[in-house]
Design a protein around this ligand. Structure first.
Ligand code: F6P
Length: 522
């Protein structure tokens, strides 16, 4: 039977639909009530369809699934990833290294510390131009070859923190198996001064291994067999990296209980550490750790990840919102929507509960977005006057990394104006097509400034939000079995395309497409 709190929430949603957010905002102390800060992030969630009763019901929903206990289990390293029978301990990576944490009676902090030390040595050598290539020249370019969590975190964070760059070493990223990516990149690079980081938790992801093999062949063709100093690996499967030809001294590891999409805090963060240096990298970890502390200790009603999660549940399950737009008004957060897409959609794109039952409700939203103000001139029309109901997270910083203060004020004004326009709409128009219905909810995450600490806080905030939603939906947020089938089929179809042989398991449409490709490529 459906939890009675769900029924109550549905009734409350039906009643709320008659309300105007602009009227709700007239309540005394509304903003004080529905806003708070954690470290350098201030959340204003007053422009939502909520009141005290709705919040009380949402918090009761959280209590009904023993959320406080679930938070403790995550952070203590219990096996919350039940299908893979292991913890999801990304929080250990940013915790005080001197505080032991036992997993299977073993202190996991020691190896985390040892790997960070190894990472620091690599970073220092590169920064000091002491990491030399085969011909004795210092490395000038580093290419991260990885995909999914082994690409998006470093890519997003290196760009987000580009104003904190400490080194002249240029960072590049190759993820897609589309051959133009690696071949175009290699055209720009000098093999004598290029270092490749092969980032792969499993060290068996076809895209990554294919691109890595092209890079390795390119190095051998130019430098002969002595390419040891041109290859690094970051992986949870070090023996496979060695099998590929990476020297054991050049392999950084992390534990299998770090999920790919939660791995930016581990040695997978090496490209970021190279870019911003270890001191800033540690600040990034500290920001996440501050959010972990808050998540673990704040009461649910004042707990930022919990509040964001409950608002998401409110709209997804009771207002039929199927998407969430994340709109950063910080240009260097341009890859954040992509990063959050994997974090949220790979974690909560599930329809079977931890009790092996079909969920009777909708789960994870479609996450999408783009930086403002660019998005304003592309898809905001649909947000304002389209027929879909799309809650928005706006992200903006009070201070810029540029000294053009007035221009930054214009940026902030645009962000606040969009949130206001979505809420207020416009009914003073002459023609129906000009009418803007308004009443669209949004959160504003106001950051002090885009710093390593704040980025750490922000990413941990969304990680925990996703976990809370998974707990409420009773799904396992830490596996991704749905991506396996496509990988297997691609492997089989590659053999068919290459050898032009079909087996009866290939459907007729796909067979015809393979034929057409052959015809068109002749
Ligand atoms: O897309 C599936 C996935 O397993 C992601 O979860 C992961 O981040 C990505 O592939 C890359 O995996 P790996 O780091 O093992 O190469």
């Amino acid at each position: 039977m459906m939890n009675p709190i769900w029924q109550r929430l549905q009734e409350q949603a039906n009643n709320m639909q008659q309300q105007k957010i602009a009227d709700l905002l007239k309540e005394p102390k509304r903003v004080e009530q529905y806003s708070f800060a954690v470290g350098d992030i201030y959340l204003d969630y007053s422009k939502n369809f909520i009141d005290q009763n709705v919040m009380a019901s949402l918090l009761a929903l959280a209590d009904s699934v023993e959320l406080t206990h679930a938070i403790k289990r995550l952070i203590a390293g219990e096996k919350v990833n039940i299908t893979e029978d292991r913890p999801a301990l990304h929080t250990a990576l940013r915790r005080d290294l001197n505080k032991p944490l036992l997993v299977n009676q073993q202190d996991v902090m020691q190896n985390i510390g040892a790997q960070f030390d190894k990472m620091a040595t690599i970073v220092d050598k590169l920064h000091a131009k002491r990491w030399l290539g085969a011909t004795g020249k210092p490395i000038t370019d580093v290419v991260n070859i990885g995909i999914g969590g082994s690409d998006l975190g470093p890519l997003m964070a290196v760009e987000a923190l580009k104003h904190y760059q400490q080194s002249a070493v240029k960072m590049h990223f190759a993820s897609n198996i589309d051959p133009v990516v690696i071949s175009d990149l290699l055209k720009e690079l000098n093999s004598e001064t290029t270092l490749f980081i092969i980032s792969s938790k499993s060290f068996s992801t076809p895209e990554t291994l294919t691109n890595a093999q092209v890079a390795k062949n390119w190095l051998i063709a130019a430098l002969g067999q002595s390419i040891e100093n041109h290859l690094l690996a970051v992986t949870a499967s070090p023996e496979k990296a060695q099998g590929f030809g990476v020297h054991s001294d050049n392999i950084l590891t992390f534990e299998p209980w770090v999920g790919g999409r939660y791995s930016i805090w581990s040695t997978i963060g090496l490209p970021l550490a190279i870019s911003i240096g270890m001191t800033h990298f540690k600040d990034f970890l500290k920001g996440a750790s501050a959010m972990d502390e808050h998540f673990a200790n704040a009461e649910l009603a004042q707990n930022m990840p919990v509040i964001l999660a409950l608002l998401g549940i409110w709209y997804i399950n009771f207002w039929q919102a199927s998407t969430l737009a994340v709109l950063p008004y910080i240009n260097t957060l341009q890859y954040l929507p992509d990063y959050l897409q994997q974090l949220d959609m790979e974690s909560n794109g599930k329809q079977v509960t931890i009790h092996n039952q079909q969920t009777p409700y909708t789960t994870g939203p479609i996450v999408w977005g783009q930086v403002g103000t660019n998005g304003q001139h592309a898809f905001y029309q649909l947000l304002h006057q389209g027929t879909h109901f799309i809650p928005v997270d706006f992200i903006v910083a009070a201070n810029s990394n540029s000294s053009l203060t007035e221009q930054h004020q214009q940026l902030i004004a645009n962000c606040f104006a969009q949130a206001q326009a979505l809420m207020q709409g416009r009914d003073d128009t002459k023609f129906a097509h000009e009418h803007m219905p308004g009443n669209k909810p949004s959160n504003i995450l106001l950051l002090k400034k885009m710093t390593p600490f704040v980025l750490g806080q922000l990413l941990a905030l969304y990680e925990h939000k996703v976990y809370v939603q998974g707990i409420i939906w009773q799904i396992n947020s830490f596996d991704q079995p749905g991506v396996e089938l496509g990988k297997k089929l691609a492997d089989r179809l590659y053999q068919s395309i290459k050898n032009h042989q079909f087996d009866e398991q290939i459907d007729v449409s796909t067979q015809a497409l393979i034929e057409k490709c052959r015809e068109m490529s002749q």
